[in-house]
Write a protein that binds this ligand. Structure first.
Ligand code: B1M
Length: 221
């Protein structure tokens, strides 16, 4: 099998949610010398985008979306140690979670993996995280950054609710707020008063480092 054929098959089997084939093709791709980023960005992520497009057209329903998501999550577990390989000391702490009302976690988990790879300590609160839970975690872990993920237009308003809760708890100035997720835009991030937004996992790492550097430069030692 050529590399192109493998990527095509990985895309096709993810699309139909065939988890065993997705696992074995992911392993085979790595053995063939394909990097984890190639497998992610040239097969797995485009395939889930197509799943979403088919769902929108009414060709796929929730069960199809679910099994495709599970197949992708399995591959991500294989890729996780490779993407997160780092010998670096912790460069900062980040508390991450998918907002209340939202169960999507593949994108958040990928962002977490890339943050870990860049040397961040990540405290992952999971999905459907209520504002109070973010507040408790910030008090407990005193992170540099708190990251909110939302994947539905109906859950994006939770960013504002979370930021309001931070303000009420007197924590807004103590932590950098980053937001992201499929429907989120820079404009929306600005409107809710977030400090940073990124469209994907790699951009999230770059933005987090920039924000951290800026914050540290402004804070007297
Ligand atoms: Co749902 N879903 N889903 N879904 N699902 C979407 C998001 C949707 C866009 C599909 C579509 O219609 N095209 C649509 C939302 C439409 C909208 O609101 N505009 C949708 C819908 C409607 C729903 C339900 C409402 C369906 C229903 O029940 N009728 C329902 C909602 C459940 C709920 O949350 N309450 C639902 C359920 C599900 C499943 C459970 C079946 C499953 C989730 C499985 C899981 O996550 N464990 C699922 C899936 C798989 C999808 C799609 C197909 C794939 C999502 C994904 O994993 N993408 C999705 C379609 C799509 O996104 N095109 C869809 C791959 C992932 C790597 O990308 O998530 O964008 P992404 O993450 C990126 C960036 O967003 C960014 O970096 C990530 C990595 O590069 N990012 C950040 C994320 N967080 C960040 C944080 C940051 C910075 C960047 O800083 C803090």
């Amino acid at each position: 099998m050529t590399q192109e054929e493998l990527l095509r098959q990985l895309y096709d089997f993810t699309l139909v949610g065939n988890a065993p084939e997705v696992l074995s093709l992911t392993n085979a791709g790595l053995e063939m010398g394909l990097g984890p980023e190639i497998l992610l960005y040239e097969a797995l992520i485009p395939s889930l985008e197509e799943v979403g497009a088919r769902f929108e057209r009414g060709d796929f329903f929730v069960p199809e979306m679910l099994i495709a998501g599970k197949a992708m999550a399995g591959a991500l577990e294989i890729l996780r140690p490779l993407l997160a390989e780092t010998g670096a000391q912790s460069i900062g702490t980040i508390v991450m979670g998918t907002v209340k009302g939202d169960v999507h976690d593949i994108g958040k988990n990928l962002v977490n993996i890339m943050f870990e790879g860049a040397g961040f300590q990540v405290i992952d609160l999971g999905v459907q995280v209520a504002p109070e839970k973010f507040i408790d975690a910030i008090r407990q872990h005193q992170p540099d950054i708190v990251g909110f993920s939302a994947f539905l237009t109906t859950t994006m308003p939770m960013f504002k609710a979370n930021i309001n809760a931070l303000q009420k708890a007197g924590l807004r100035d103590k932590v950098i707020v980053m937001v992201g997720g499929a429907p989120v835009t820079q404009e929306y991030a600005d409107v809710v008063g977030a400090d940073g937004y990124a469209a994907d996992a790699s951009a999230a790492v770059v933005r987090a480092k920039e924000l951290l550097q800026k914050r540290r430069a402004m804070t007297p030692a």
